[in-house]
Design a protein around this ligand. Structure first.
Ligand code: KIV
Ligand code: NA
Length: 268
């Protein structure tokens, strides 16, 4: 089957259908996730926590992201329908335009099809330049874990009206600048809905309610492999004696049927 592209994902939005995204860091689980029908694989800098045991994503390097992107690309290539691979640019690897372009080149050459960057309106020049260079971009708004020290912890974002309005405006500005996707983390469900309606590109949510065009979870969280604090928006799909393959298929089904996330996974 034809690989998933940003055009395929855009078509889901146009047809008001939901698609599924999951993190992947290695070849085997990347192939299994794509074979379960999940459309996009995020090589997330969450690998700093789930693979490296760090307390945040800050210690993750560009070399780490390149290595894991290559692993995921190798597994994904063997899938029946290869997924779209998006890779995070890690902490302080895109503070300047020049640095952002160089970092994006490395992960794209390692096999990513899209890069993800955390921020708000300040990302507009970088998104513009990446779009000019032919690099698809996903802009990650809301709770941006690379800014955990500035945010003072992992907290729901956009609870007050003015912050919510600023986030909507930033999403619109980033899409105008050329962003092909928006990712929203930990925002109230009504703000997730507002931003999804405000932009023409697909919006992926994690703890952003049920109205977004797509959902993403960290693979280890949805397989019930997180021995530490499990956020409210997570659902363990590896229950009832399911194999890993069955859990991935159940996640894909529930996202597409919009039965996940439920009200218990949302922020009001
Ligand atoms: O790194 C990651 O896994 C992410 C998701 C949680 C959105 O950015
Ligand atoms: Na990330």
């Amino acid at each position: 089957m034809n690989p998933v592209t940003i055009r395929s994902l855009q078509a889901y939005k146009s047809q008001q259908q939901t698609f599924a995204v999951i993190t992947a860091y290695d070849a085997t689980l990347a192939q299994l996730a794509a074979d379960a029908g999940i459309e996009a694989l995020l090589v997330g800098d969450s690998l700093g926590m789930v693979l490296q045991g760090q307390d945040s994503t800050l210690p993750v390097t560009l070399a780490d992201m390149v290595y894991h992107t290559r692993c995921v690309a190798n597994g994904n290539r063997r899938a029946q329908r290869p997924a779209l691979i998006m890779t995070d640019l890690p902490f302080m690897s895109y503070g300047t335009l020049e640095q952002g372009l160089a970092s994006a080149r490395e992960v794209m050459q390692a096999g990513a099809h899209m890069v993800k960057v955390e921020g708000d309106r300040w990302l507009v020049p970088l998104v513009t330049s990446l779009a000019q260079q032919g690099v698809p971009v996903c802009a990650h708004l809301g709770l941006t874990p690379q800014s955990v020290n500035k945010l003072g912890g992992y907290r729901v974002q956009g609870r007050d009206q003015s912050h919510a309005d600023t986030m909507v405006d930033a999403a619109v500005a980033l899409v105008e600048a050329g962003a092909d996707m928006i990712l929203l983390e930990c925002v109230p469900a009504d703000l997730g809905q507002r931003i999804t309606a405000a932009v023409t590109v697909p919006v992926i949510g994690i703890g952003a309610g049920a109205a977004t065009d797509s959902q993403v979870l960290v693979m280890h969280d949805m397989l019930g492999l997180n021995p530490n604090h499990v956020p409210k928006f997570v659902k363990n799909f590896a229950t009832s004696g399911r194999t890993v393959n069955e859990a991935l298929a159940a996640y894909n089904d529930e996202v597409k049927a919009r039965t996940f996330p439920g009200p218990e996974h949302e922020f009001a």
